[in-house]
Design a binder for this molecule. Sequence first.
Ligand code: SF4
Ligand code: SF4
Length: 442
Amino acid sequence: MAEDRNTIIEAARKAGIVGAGGAGFPTHIKLQVKVNVLIINGAECEPLLANDKAQIVHNTSDLLRGIELAVKATGAKRAVIAIKNKYKDVISHLRKRSGSVTLEIFELEDYYPAGDEQEIVHEITGYTVPEAGLPLDVGIVVQNVETLINLGRAIGGEPVITRTLTVVGEVAHPGVVNVPIGMSAKEIIESCGGLTCDNPVLYIGGPMMGVVQDSLDQPVTKTSSGLFILPADNFLITKRSISLRHILRQAQAACTSCMQCTEACPRNLLGHQIRPHKIMNAVTLGLTEQSDVFMEAYLCMFCGMCEYVCPMWLSPKRVYEEVRASLQAKGMQFERSVKSYQDDPMRKYRRVPSDRLIRRYELKKYAVELSSEIQQLDSWKVRIPMSQHLGAPASPIVAEGDYVQKGQLIGEIPENKLGARVHASIEGRITYAGTDAIVIER
Ligand code: SF4
Ligand code: SF4
């Protein structure tokens, strides 16, 4: 491969690639690290989503190219892709196609949250990412499947202008779709046969860690992995709409300090000192934020396992969300210390199979076998947010009335800031150009 490291990193920057599986960390920065192991996360952490699987099958060449480029940029000595062992056909497809690319395939069991990057790091290497740390702290970088597909394309000059996501739940024809960035959820749902309930609530993401939206008009961004639609009276929605005040009152009245939440917490099982039963105890006793127990909120990844196992239906996760937001607002940071970690000997036995979680949350009717096909959708109007990534929002470089080509640069990284470029996902006229978003109509 002729490209040198700087060319690869520059291609990622120019194309506006961000981590497609998480918070959207700019990839050109993440590729600048030197590591021993590159892990490709194809685990599809959330139940019901199937885009990683579909993409590994349909975009294999771009993925393998992206892996080679990422190995070259980071100097990784091993490249390992994590895929759930239930996807036998996907694994066999990849084994046949990987050819000259030296790629190990690691088969994960089907439990939640198998796709958590710290969980994957531990499964594959035995290393534990330190508390409030990154895989880089143990010489590893984790990249999502779609991120590396985008890198494989970027080296040929293609910017990130589409997103592949799963549409599932109360929709007539659930499936995996590829859409222009900025297309509205409503239009995508209509293209998938429309809604099948009268009072829909939209999650962007999956049922466990997805974010509930105010309306169906939300645009798809570079980090949207799924559209999941539930009726408003579904148990998950009711649970999420309970106020924090009510949760705290419930905790006072009902928390039995049974510790089941702590025993099931994936991060606690890895050896991190996060104890959800203690935060419930602390808030009910009215302790102050000076307590170490509050600082443990920085170790929570908001996976929701603690609320899943709680026999009283309480939510330590919601309490941690509030506590962390309050600590951050006060500028209080977690102080990292050097320590060794010992995972819990019961770790493997406390895992919850994805299927059990689906049944318990009354989601079985949505757990349909999705085809590996990817349906291509297009739109006449897109609203492209300037902030789809970690860091500063992109600065618009076009104005209302301008005519843009598909793939044209419309948002630039502000000087000396962490950020990612933004490109036009369709050809057309700019009908709105603000610092928050750019709207293009065909
Ligand atoms: S599992 Fe529920 S009842 Fe038990 S300690 Fe945790 S929050 Fe309290
Ligand atoms: S949401 Fe609950 S189970 Fe998940 S990391 Fe946080 S405390 Fe642990």
